[in-house]
Design a protein around this ligand. Structure first.
Ligand SMILES: Nc1ncnc2c1ncn2[C@@H]1O[C@H](COP(=O)(O)OP(=O)(O)OP(=O)(O)O)[C@@H](O)[C@H]1O
Ligand SMILES: [Mg+2]
Length: 267
């Protein structure tokens, strides 16, 4: 039985805070003493750039090579270093990353379980896998024989997740993204991934205007609302500017504490 816990951060709606959550949840888990494998599924490559920074030129293998069976998982894992202050050298943390490729054409795969099987080989090496999904609907095509035959990278990743957490901004569009994904996940659960336990959403950037308060009241009536509400804060931008996640920057701020709470929620 697998001991690793694989978390997908997904919403087909763009710009809702998926990558921000992936960076900060991975860092909070590391800070709490866990080893983390961070995976970028998005060809925009924002998660990769944030974690590998000026070492992106070292990348030779990506998640695409793993999904296509062209390399072992370990061959595509890159160690992560964090610069804890401007005066000291970056320090190795217990996070490895499988990057996304840059400027690559979208690829499809024939084996829907390719990533699920690949991750079995690392189940004793990490405590958590954190996957940053792209802003797109996980795609699977049905062939003439009635069987699905063409799968996108995010579809393969959904088949490998134990849990999905969805960031939503305070608008009905991002809640709609959650609702569409939930329906897709219930099909995936039946067909390919019976171990996908839980799917829930949180509010990812809350400023507290009166209309937003009403929106939050509405969310609180929904069983799939996690109860986590991340405040909107300029500290998020500051943390990105200095390439230091909130687990190690402005740690007492409300926004850093909220990401810690999110990491505790998925633990
Ligand atoms: N709590 C927050 N407070 C302030 N800004 C935030 C917060 N969360 C995210 N942002 C900002 O919102 C923008 C979008 O965030 P992010 O890139 O994480 O979204 P995404 O869902 O990954 O986008 P995409 O769909 O393009 O991959 C970024 O500029 C990010 O810094
Ligand atoms: Mg993103």
């Amino acid at each position: 039985m697998s001991v690793i816990r694989k978390i997908g951060i997904a919403n087909e709606k763009g710009g809702v805070g998926k990558t921000t959550a992936a960076i900060n949840v991975a860092a909070c888990l590391e800070e709490a003493g866990y080893s983390v494998l961070a995976i970028d599924l998005d060809l925009q490559r924002n998660f990769t750039d944030a974690m590998l920074q000026d070492r992106v030129s070292e990348i030779t293998k990506t998640i695409i090579n793993v999904a296509a069976g062209e390399c072992e998982v370990g061959e595509a894992c890159y160690p992560i270093y964090i610069k804890f202050s401007s005066k000291v050298r970056p320090k190795r943390v217990h996070i490895d990353m499988i990057p996304a490729p840059e400027n690559e054409d979208v690829k499809f795969f024939s084996d829907p379980l390719a990533l699920r099987k690949a991750f079995e080989s690392i189940s004793d090496k990490y405590d958590y896998v954190i996957m940053d999904f792209p802003p797109e609907r996980p795609y699977a095509e049905v062939g003439e024989n009635g069987k699905e035959s063409k799968f996108s990278l995010s579809s393969l990743a959904l088949n490998a997740c134990d849990e999905i957490i969805t960031p939503c901004t305070t608008d009905t569009d991002s809640l709609k993204g959650f609702s569409i994904l939930s329906k897709h996940v219930s099909i995936i659960k039946q067909l390919y991934n019976p171990t996908l336990e839980k799917m829930s959403f949180y509010i990812s950037s809350y400023a507290g205007y009166s209309a937003e308060k009403e929106f939050l009241d509405y969310c609180e009536t929904m069983p799939s609302y996690s109860g986590i509400c991340i405040p909107s804060s300029g500290i998020v931008k500051g943390s990105k500017m200095i390439d230091r996640p909130l687990a190690w920057y402005n740690t007492n701020s409300k926004v850093a504490q909220a990401f810690k709470q999110l990491a505790e929620y998925i633990r």
